[in-house]
Design a protein around this ligand. Structure first.
Ligand code: FES
Length: 508
């Protein structure tokens, strides 16, 4: 058992998530020799681990391969609310689709929440799982009608919803709230490490530090690791947040959002419910038990990945918190990244048309813990030929053009503009870079991502994202290179932190 080392998630250790700092997991070996299994699962987050365990339970020989470490992606960087209340989703789904789709969304998320409870109980996982109500509140009187409508629609769909006038434990203006009963919060990495251990004990071959770089569909399918090992499997699940293989155009059907989290010690008592405001950007609140006492978690300040000043966002979040709570100190900070689908619905099923053997799950918005657990089970059911009531509704090959059209056009026009305009931008000089700073320098196709370390040494990489060639930008908080188009992120040495890219930024 070793402490989890997530240093590759950020060059700045002060931005490791509290979850990563306060948990440890078993080390799993790299895949170094060829392997042939029934099912290969790519990605050691909550979707991949849940699916691998379910497949092993169905009697399949399973390999789970993770490019870095179990839970080192979004599953270890989040606010750890396990809930079916997702801001104001149900009224939107009813108006964009119909009651049936909205009900399926709610039932699937409730099933994911129930599955987390069952798995934690079945495998005796100590993960600070606590039942809590979850609220979305109007941060002013003008939002009251929408909140009331959400409560009424969700209750009509059979979800545990009610409208409340006020939230007495919050020191903020509240214009009404929708409350979901029997939701949960937990420590996501304590849960995930134990679940990966249970999967291994059930026979799953778990491999970390094993990056997959190619996939050929066939009988069997063949995957290649970065170091050349071949993994053959009858069935493949690509659970890499955004799929690293692009033939389903998932990067064009979602957009990546980055948001920020702080944990603060307060002079006063910490609110005990889980809360989310209806503001834009929204603010998320919950309590977190730590060895230093109970802390207040505040999340928010989200923006499209690679398109904002991260340090500034952390400052704004802290300022928002200090204006409303008696903050003694900020103890932890981290950022997270989510894939937001254009049509609001997650995509769970075939990776591309005619790919019955290759499945994926993505677009969990900011709610991947309950929804990701449900998604893992949907994928496992599909491979095991078990019927699943939600599989068709969330199949990625669905066609709902009216629901996602405007967002599809806006996000892809934005990516196209970034691709061209970033090549024409006037850049600064290397002399302007202070120690600890990075910037894109040069022009046209020769642009370089240049970082000056604390000792003054320059580190130069190509600035062209290895996914589709957009120009990366420097993240001045986590000290990473982030792509503004589809959310790939790279460490200072060029290593891939987050896909869809699978190849590092080459040195220049
Ligand atoms: Fe697609 Fe960078 S993530 S171009």
């Amino acid at each position: 058992m070793t402490a989890v080392d997530h240093r590759s998630a950020t060059a700045a250790p002060e931005y490791l998530s509290y979850w990563a700092k306060s948990s440890s997991g078993d080390e799993h070996p790299e895949l170094s020799a060829d392997l042939h299994v029934d099912a290969a699962v790519v990605g050691g987050g909550i979707i991949g681990v849940t699916a691998a365990l379910a497949l092993a339970g169905a009697g399949l020989d399973v390999a789970l391969v993770e490019a870095r470490q179990i839970g080192s992606g979004a599953s270890g960087y989040n606010t750890a609310k396990v809930s079916s209340l997702h801001a104001l989703t149900y009224s939107k789904l009813v108006s964009s689709y119909d009651d049936e789709v909205a009900r399926a969304y709610g039932q699937m998320n409730e099933a994911g929440l129930a599955a987390v409870r069952e798995l934690a109980a079945e495998h005796s996982i100590e993960c600070d799982l606590r039942e809590k109500p979850n609220y979305t509140y109007a941060a002013g009187a003008q939002g009251r009608d929408s909140i009331r409508e959400e409560a009424e629609v969700a209750a009509r769909l059979g979800l545990p919803a009610a409208f409340e006038d006020d939230l007495p434990e919050l020191p903020v203006a509240v214009g009404g709230a929708v409350r979901f009963e029997r939701q949960a919060e937990f420590h996501p990495l304590k849960y995930l490490h134990a679940l990966a251990g249970a999967a291994r004990d059930a026979g799953v071959r778990v491999h970390e530090r094993t990056r997959i770089v190619s996939l050929d569909q066939g009988e069997p399918c063949e995957l290649r690791t970065e170091r050349g090992a071949r993994l053959r499997a009858r069935h493949v699940i690509v659970a890499t947040h955004l799929p690293i293989f692009d033939r389903g155009l998932y990067f064009a059907r979602t957009h990546p959002e980055r948001s920020y989290v702080i944990l603060a010690a307060l002079r006063d008592s910490v609110p005990q419910g889980m809360y989310l405001s209806d503001e834009s950007p929204a603010h998320s609140l919950r309590a977190v038990s730590s060895p230093a006492g109970e802390l207040l978690m505040v999340g928010g300040e989200s923006h499209k990945a690679g398109q904002a000043d991260s340090s500034e966002r952390y400052r704004s979040l802290e300022e928002w918190t200090r204006e409303r709570f008696s903050v003694v100190s900020v103890e932890h900070r981290w950022a997270t990244q989510d894939n937001i689908p254009n049509d609001t619905l997650p995509m769970i099923g075939r990776l591309w048309p005619f790919s019955d053997r290759i499945l994926t799950a993505t677009g969990m918005r900011k709610w991947g813990l309950a929804m990701g657990t449900a998604a893992g089970r949907i994928l496992a059911d599909r491979i095991s030929a078990r019927p699943n009531p939600w599989a068709d509704t969330f199949d990625p090959m669905r066609l709902h053009p009216a629901a996602g059209g405007p967002s599809f056009i806006k996000e892809n026009a934005d990516d196209g503009a970034r691709f061209f305009m970033d090549r024409l931008r006037r850049r600064g000089d290397v002399e302007d870079l202070a120690p600890g700073q990075g910037a894109v320098l040069g022009s046209g196709l020769g642009q370089r991502a240049v970082y000056r370390d604390e000792a003054g040494t320059l580190h130069e990489l190509s600035a062209r994202c290895t996914h589709l060639g957009c120009i990366v930008s420097f993240n001045d908080a986590e000290r990473t290179w982030d792509c503004p188009c589809h959310g790939s992120r790279f460490a200072l040495d060029g290593e891939v932190i987050e896909g869809p890219a699978v190849r590092p930024l080459p040195p220049r």
